[in-house]
Design a binder for this molecule. Structure first.
Ligand SMILES: Nc1ncnc2c1ncn2[C@@H]1O[C@H](COP(=O)(O)OP(=O)(O)OP(=O)(O)O)[C@@H](O)[C@H]1O
Length: 676
C-alpha cells in the first residue's frame, strides 16, 4: 500500500465513522417525543421542527458527508494544530465534538479562501475525489508561506464534468471571489455583474443557503425568495437549494410575483410595454391614487338621539390634509379617518357641555353618517379600478400624468375601453403597475432577503416591484448588462439599483467563466463591441478549449442536417440543447419527430427534463440555462426576431454562450456580420 492509499483508507474510516454518528443523531431525533410538550400548539410546532430535523439528518448514499479538509497551524491551545472536515452538514460524535463541519460555518471560510498569499492559519487544504459515496482520491495543497499555489486536478475535473439534468450545487469548489459574495453580511445588498457562466446564479443560491444557516431565526421568519426570468430557468436551478438542505426558499418569476391582482390576458406592443415600465409611471400612479381623496365641501353632520352634531367642512379638510401629509399608505390613512372625524364630533359635544367617553367616540366612528361621509371623501379603492379608469378616461390620465406627453398618454389609453374593470384584459406590464398600486394602497410586506437573477432585463417598474419586497431586508442582484434582451434592459447598475431602492449597495464583478470553453467564448465575444460600450470580453477558465463548428447548409436540408447531427451524438453522455428562433420551434419539432428523433421542449412553462437528453429550446427561454452540446439553428433568424439590431445581437450572445463543451452553428442564411 502506498502512503497515499493508507491516507485514503484513514479518511474513508473517518467517513464511515461520520456516517455512523449521523445515524446516531437521526435516531436520537427520532426518539424525541413531541407529545410531551406543554400544550397542543407547542406540540404541533415541536413535531414540525422534529420532522424537519429528522429529514435534514438523512444520509444521501450517493454523496460523501465531506468533500474537503483543512489542517490549521499549531497554536498555544492546539499544539498539534486542528483538523476540520468540511461537508454539506454538521456531524458530531456522542461527546459533541465535530466530525464534519458545515461548509457555511465560519471556520469553513478558510477552506474556500486560504491562499499561499494569505493562509488564514491553514497549513494544508485537502480535497477529496468522490464516487458513489466513497472517497476515491485525495489532493493536498500546502499553504505555508512561501509554497507555490498548485493546480488542483480535482477542481478542474469538477469544472469540466459533463452536465446532465438540472443545475447542481458547487459547494465543494466555490472559488475565493465567489465565496466573498456568498458570505457577505446579511445587511449588505450586493450587485454582481458577470459575463455568461461566471457562476452568478450558483453564487446567489449558495448565498441564500449561507444566509439561512447564519441568520436562521431571522430569515426563517422573514423569508428568502429567489426571483428568476421564467419557469424553465426556475426548474433548472430548483434542485440546488434543496440539495443544500434548504427547502423553504421561495422561487418566483416576476410574473408570478405580481400576478395575484389579476390574470395576464393581453400583450402590449413594445412602445407601450416600455412606457409602462418607465419610472415616471410611479408618480402617475401615486397621483392617481391620492387624487381620489376629495375636498371637503360639505360639513359632517352626525345625528345622535335628538341632536345633530356638526363638523364644519374646513375642519374636516384640516383632518384630510393632515392624513395626506403623513407618510402612510392610502388604506392605512383611510382607516384612521373615522376616528379623527369622531374626535371632532366629540370636541363639539364637549363644547356644548357634554362629557362623552371613549365608547361614544367609537360609536360615532362606526355610525352610518361617518361611514358614508368617509366613503364619499376618501373612497375605498382597488388597484384594478384605478388602472381601469386611467387607461379608459383621457381626462383622468391627463390629470395624473403631467410628466407624460400627449403622445405618450395616447399610447397608454385603451382604444376600446372595457366596460368594467373585471372585463379588462391586462398585459404583463399592467400587472406590474397593479402591484405598484396595491402597494400605494397597503404596504407590501418585506422579506428578509431577495436573490434577483438576470436582473438586467427588468424595467424600472419591475425593479420597484422586487425592491418593495425587500424594503427592510437586503438583496443579491445578479446580471450581465451584455445579456440584456428587453428594450428596457438596464444600461447601468447604479440606476437599476436605485429603482430597486438600494442605492447603497456593493458592486462586484465576476470575470472567470466556468461554463463556456475558450473557443466558443471568443466566438460569442465578437458580438460584444457591436452591442454595448465598455463591455470587457469574458475569460474562460476551462481547460478544455471546446469545439466550435460553423455549418452552412442549403435551406432545404436544415432539418436533415440537424437530425443527422443529433443522431451522431446520441450515445455521448451529457445534455444537448437545440436553440432556435421561437417562431421556428414548432416546425423544427415536427421535423425532428418525423425523423424519429425523440426530444423534449423547453417552452416557457416546462423545465429541465432529464428523460430527454435532447431539448428544443426557444431562443427567448435559453437565458440562464446550459447544455453540454448546443446547436444554434439559424442565428440570423434568432437576431431578426428581436425588435432592434442591438437586442438581436444580445439575444444571439445569450444563445451562443450556453454550451459547456461543444457549439455547432447550423445556418442556411449568412451569419450576422460580426460572426462572419
Ligand atoms: N466554483 C465553481 N465550481 C464549479 N463549477 C462552477 C463554479 N462556479 C460556477 N460553476 C459552474 O459554471 C456554470 C455556470 O454557472 P452559472 O449558471 O451560475 O453562471 P451565470 O453567471 O449565472 O451564467 P449566465 O449569465 O449565463 O446565466 C454552472 O454549471 C456552474 O455550476
Amino acid at each position: 500500500m502506498s502512503s497515499l492509499d493508507i491516507e485514503l483508507a484513514r479518511e474513508q474510516a473517518h467517513l464511515d465513522r461520520a456516517r455512523a454518528e449521523l445515524g446516531r443523531m437521526r435516531e436520537a431525533a427520532e426518539a424525541l417525543d413531541a407529545s410531551r410538550a406543554s400544550d397542543a400548539v407547542s406540540a404541533e410546532v415541536l413535531s414540525r421542527v422534529l420532522a424537519r430535523r429528522i429529514l435534514s439528518l438523512q444520509d444521501d448514499p450517493r454523496t460523501t458527508l465531506f468533500f474537503g479538509r483543512i489542517d490549521t497551524a499549531p497554536s498555544p491551545e492546539h499544539r498539534e494544530g486542528e483538523t476540520f472536515h468540511i461537508g454539506r452538514r454538521h456531524v458530531s460524535d456522542g461527546a459533541g465534538d465535530p466530525l464534519v463541519v458545515d461548509w457555511r460555518a465560519p471556520i469553513s471560510g478558510a477552506f474556500y479562501r486560504a491562499s499561499t498569499a494569505d493562509p488564514m492559519g491553514v497549513v494544508r487544504r485537502r480535497r477529496f475525489g468522490v464516487d458513489h459515496g466513497r472517497l476515491t482520491a485525495l489532493e493536498d495543497e500546502h499553504l505555508a508561506a512561501g509554497s507555490s499555489a498548485g493546480h488542483s486536478a480535482l477542481l478542474a475535473a469538477e469544472i469540466e464534468r459533463p452536465r446532465t439534468g438540472p443545475m447542481r450545487d458547487i459547494v465543494s469548489t466555490i472559488q475565493p471571489e465567489q465565496d466573498e459574495i456568498v458570505r457577505s453580511d446579511v445587511a449588505t445588498t450586493i450587485c454582481v455583474q458577470g459575463a455568461p457562466g461566471t457562476g452568478k446564479t450558483a453564487v446567489g443560491l449558495h448565498r441564500a443557503a449561507w444566509l439561512l444557516y447564519s441568520f436562521r431565526e431571522r430569515l426563517d421568519r422573514a423569508g428568502v425568495l429567489v426571483v428568476g426570468p421564467n419557469r424553465a430557468f426556475l426548474d433548472h436551478i430548483g434542485a440546488v437549494l434543496p440539495s443544500l438542505g434548504e427547502v423553504r426558499v421561495g422561487h418566483a418569476t416576476i410574473e408570478s410575483l405580481v400576478g395575484h391582482h389579476a390574470r395576464h390576458r393581453a400583450e402590449d406592443d413594445t412602445p407601450a410595454a416600455a412606457l409602462k415600465g418607465d419610472p415616471r409611471l410611479a408618480e402617475v400612479l401615486r397621483r392617481a391614487v391620492w387624487a381620489s381623496v376629495r375636498r371637503a365641501t360639505e360639513p359632517l353632520i352626525v345625528p345622535r338621539g335628538v341632536r345633530k352634531w356638526r363638523v364644519p367642512a374646513h375642519e374636516v379638510q384640516d383632518v384630510l390634509d393632515e392624513l395626506v401629509a403623513r407618510d402612510v399608505r392610502y388604506e392605512a390613512a383611510r382607516a384612521l379617518l373615522p376616528h379623527r372625524l369622531a374626535h371632532h364630533v366629540l370636541l363639539a359635544m364637549e363644547a356644548a357641555g357634554d362629557a362623552p367617553d371613549d365608547r361614544v367616540q367609537d360609536a360615532v366612528a362606526k355610525s352610518a353618517a361617518v361611514r358614508s361621509y368617509v366613503a364619499a371623501v376618501w373612497p375605498a379603492l382597488d388597484p384594478t379600478a384605478v388602472l381601469h379608469r386611467l387607461w379608459s378616461e383621457p381626462e383622468a390620465l391627463a390629470a395624473a400624468a403631467e410628466e407624460l406627453t400627449a403622445g405618450e398618454q395616447a399610447l397608454l389609453l385603451w382604444s376600446r375601453p372595457p366596460r368594467t374593470k373585471g372585463a379588462a384584459r391586462w398585459s404583463r406590464a399592467d400587472l406590474v403597475l397593479l402591484d405598484e398600486l396595491a402597494d400605494l394602497l397597503s404596504r407590501t410586506p418585506s422579506l428578509g432577503h431577495v436573490i434577483l437573477d438576470e436582473a438586467q432585463d427588468l424595467s424600472p417598474m419591475q425593479l420597484r416591484a422586487v425592491g418593495r419586497r425587500c424594503t427592510t431586508g437586503s438583496a443579491t442582484v445578479l446580471g450581465d448588462i451584455a445579456q440584456g434582451t428587453t428594450t428596457w434592459a438596464t444600461g447601468s447598475w447604479s440606476e437599476a439599483m436605485s429603482h430597486l431602492g438600494k442605492p447603497g449597495h456593493e458592486m462586484v464583478e465576476l470575470d472567470r467563466g466556468f461554463r463556456v470553453p475558450g473557443r466558443v467564448l471568443d466566438f460569442a465575444a465578437r458580438l460584444l463591441p457591436h452591442m454595448s460600450e465598455g463591455l470587457s470580453a469574458p475569460r474562460s477558465v476551462r481547460d478544455n478549449p471546446g469545439v466550435l463548428t460553423l455549418l452552412p447548409v442549403p435551406e432545404t436540408t436544415v432539418a436533415d442536417q440537424l437530425a443527422r447531427l443529433l443522431a451522431d451524438r446520441a450515445d455521448e453522455p451529457g445534455s444537448t440543447g437545440v436553440i432556435v428562433a421561437d417562431a421556428d420551434l414548432d416546425g423544427l419539432a415536427a421535423a425532428l419527430g418525423a425523423r424519429g428523433l425523440s426530444h423534449g421542449r423547453l417552452d416557457v412553462d416546462h423545465g429541465d427534463d432529464a428523460d430527454h437528453p435532447i431539448q428544443l429550446v426557444p431562443a427567448t427561454v435559453a437565458k440562464g440555462l446550459e447544455f453540454d452540446r448546443v446547436v444554434v439553428v439559424e442565428p440570423a433568424a434568432i437576431a431578426a426576431a428581436e425588435p432592434d439590431e442591438r437586442t438581436g445581437l444580445r439575444r444571439l450572445y445569450v444563445v451562443l454562450t450556453r454550451a459547456v463543451s461543444e457549439l455547432t452553428v447550423l445556418h442556411a442564411e449568412p451569419l450576422p456580420g460580426p460572426l462572419q
